[in-house]
Ligand binder design. Sequence first.
Ligand SMILES: Cc1ncc(COP(=O)(O)O)c(C=O)c1O
Length: 397
Amino acid sequence: MNPLLSKLQPYPFEKLRGLFAGVQPDSRYSPISLGIGEPKHPTPAFIQQALADNLGGLASYPSTTGSDALRAAIAAWLERRYDLPAIDPATQVLPVNGSREALFALAQALIDPRPDALVMCPNPFYQIYEGAAYLAGATPYFVNSDPARNFAPDYKSVPEEIWPRVQLLYLCSPGNPTGAVLTLEDWKELFALSDRYGFVIAADECYSEIYFNAVAPLGGLEAAHRLGRTGYPRLIAFSSLSKRSNVPGMRSGFVAGDAEILKKFLLYRTYHGSAMSPAIQAASVAAWNDEQHVEDNRAKYISKFNQVTPLLQEVLDVALPDAGFYLWAKVPKLSDTEFAKRLHAEYNVTVLPGSYLARDAHGANPGQSRIRMALVAEVDECLEAARRIVEFTQKLS
Ligand SMILES: Cc1ncc(COP(=O)(O)O)c(C=O)c1O
């Protein structure tokens, strides 16, 4: 077997199973999970219908480039959403089977596995980045997020000699788990570094449509355009219908940006065999072309977060995020793992310890003393979980 497989860490939920092993939650409480970041709002009926209407497509092999209709729908969505000049659907967009596989695959296509190869990751981070780096023959280099700067990774802390070794930089905006959105200033700094050292930026933006401010989160392509960059050099943006349209099971997303990189990525993908089912493509066209369901979905999250956050603020250091569907809270008295374990045992509520979503780097684990709560269930269940968390935390003091 490939020895690099041994470098892969167990997924945070496996670690959670280990933490909870042998714990018997108090049976007076029904179980509530704020652990997994899986959308739970219902899938819009028109998307299900589009899928059903196009099952005839199962009789053909799809092409890896996807249909013209899908690439055109994605390009048009990008232009509308980010106020971009024309995106070329033939060269600047590719469909992917959810952003996860594409985030992983890009590293495999892109990395030159020299012994000193580095892939830069935010810390805390989405664990796929780390596995992608290792399996591509590179080493992840973690940059801790800075709570004082709305959790933006502190790139200024990176020693000068590190940068020439970086081939790929993952970033996540809106961030999982922090909910933070990078500013135009952050992007300016990143583009300058990419221009200087030649690394590719993989911008993971799958939470871009769930936000709480009047202004929609800035996207990477949008930032590049606003800063006068043409052709999106060394920038690939990743997005997805999973959260936007409540279809995590459909496995549908896209990559967009630098046409030269996408051309090579397409070559890689044809060998990897990652074409999207024609029925899923047709349902995806319907989803990208509709914004009403996205607005309705966002309104549900806004209402939920506006009710749940103030409750939790009575006992936890937590703020409404810029975007996404997580609360990233600091817990008092106990470590994050002990807090999660006792909350599970005493109130049957599952949250994810922050340290499981981060690595020890530069003398700290930036997830320590924090928990991630995914407010994906309907509002009543989230409110009930919040009440139990308040009671539990008050008992600690
Ligand atoms: C930060 C981040 N990126 C990417 C993904 C992958 O989403 P999908 O593959 O459904 O597009 C997730 C899923 O939870 C995520 O949290």
